[in-house]
Ligand binder design. Structure first.
Ligand SMILES: Nc1nc(=O)c2c([nH]1)NC[C@@H]1CN(c3ccc(C(=O)N[C@@H](CCC(=O)O)C(=O)O)cc3)C=[N+]21
Length: 292
């Protein structure tokens, strides 16, 4: 079997077109959704992401604001910028790009963003809401993963799902979302100390790879007919290419493609979905202000 390739580029384009229409209507009602992005330092991957986000905002009609700060910005200075956006009623969503320089405490920063403007869904309050099934925002990458499974034509109800990786931004919230009553999956979260990892993967109907190890999931770890979602975005050396590097996921793509029923590519899989879901959260945040 050769897997169906679920294209994040295509699905995210559909979502963006849907949102573009919605924004026309919101603007007619006098609401212009807006997103503020804060970038500290100059991590090259972060720059790509921030640029993609800006393009998506433009396409959909969301106003985007950007604050770029140098790598030696103090925690107090960053908190001041966030406070300004918290108080600005014309700003609906705030995203502070991670990773932050090492001297800035990430938890403190993420907690300083008003929960109602927390379009990343990283604030402990919003994280907690997910775990009790009371959703305001869904975290962007996990929401993108679920949307890819659904729009790829696959069910989660009753399925055995393996999540490789227990990060706060992907694995943990995904687990919290997938075993809620609307998704009904049986979730196993695996990590570095998990025993019989290969055997567990071989039993899974859906495997979500989010460990940040290039091509970790091999062909012989995947059941015939499984659905494989690759969350990894790793830059690896590629001598002889123009850039000298290329992107690979956490899945050994060619080998797994021969076994799986469906697979997501890297790039063009979960990455563009993350952006689309961020846009969706921004619209949610903006619409909430009309209710208040
Ligand atoms: N506060 C915060 N929120 C985030 O959501 C967040 C973050 N910080 N820090 C970094 C990670 C990573 N991330 C990506 C999103 C989209 C692509 C993306 O669009 N990828 C494309 C192209 C990638 C490329 O060409 O480099 C693709 O996979 O096809 C990549 C990476 C969001 N993150």
């Amino acid at each position: 079997m050769s897997a169906k390739v679920i294209s994040g580029n295509e699905v995210s384009q559909q979502l963006k077109d849907e949102m573009k229409e919605e924004v026309v209507q919101l603007k007619a009602q006098g609401l212009e959704p807006s997103l503020a992005v804060i970038l500290v330092g100059d991590d090259p991957a972060s720059k790509v992401y921030v640029l993609n986000k800006k393009k998506a905002c433009e396409y959909i009609g969301i106003r985007s604001l950007e604050t770029k700060l140098p790598a030696d910005t103090t925690t107090e200075q960053l908190l001041e910028v966030i406070d300004g956006y918290n108080k600005d009623k014309s700003v609906h969503g705030i995203l502070c790009q991670l990773p932050l320089p090492k001297h800035i405490p990430e938890t403190k920063i993420l907690r300083s963003i008003l929960p109602e403007k927390d379009v990343d869904c990283f604030h402990p309050f919003n994280v907690g809401l997910i775990s009790i099934g009371e959703v305001r925002f869904l975290p962007c990458t996990p929401a993108g993963v679920i949307e890819l499974i659904k729009r790829g034509g696959f069910q989660t109800a009753g399925q055995d799902v393996i999540i490789l990786g227990r990060s706060n931004i992907v694995g943990r919230p995904l687990s919290n979302m997938l075993d809620q009553r609307d998704m009904n999956a049986t979730v196993t979260m695996c990590h570095t100390k998990t025993k019989n990892l290969k055997q567990r993967c071989l039993e899974a109907d859906i495997i979500i790879a989010a460990i940040g190890v290039p091509e970790f999931l091999k062909g012989d770890m995947v059941k015939e007919g499984a659905v494989v979602i690759d969350v990894g975005i790793n830059r690896v050396d590629a001598p002889g290419t123009e850039k000298g590097w290329k992107l690979v996921g956490d899945v050994e793509y060619d080998a797994v493609k021969e076994k799986a029923a469906a697979i997501t590519p890297v790039p063009g899989g979960v990455g563009p979905m993350t952006i689309a879901m961020l846009m969706k959260n921004t619209l949610t945040a903006a619409k909430e202000t009309m209710k208040a």
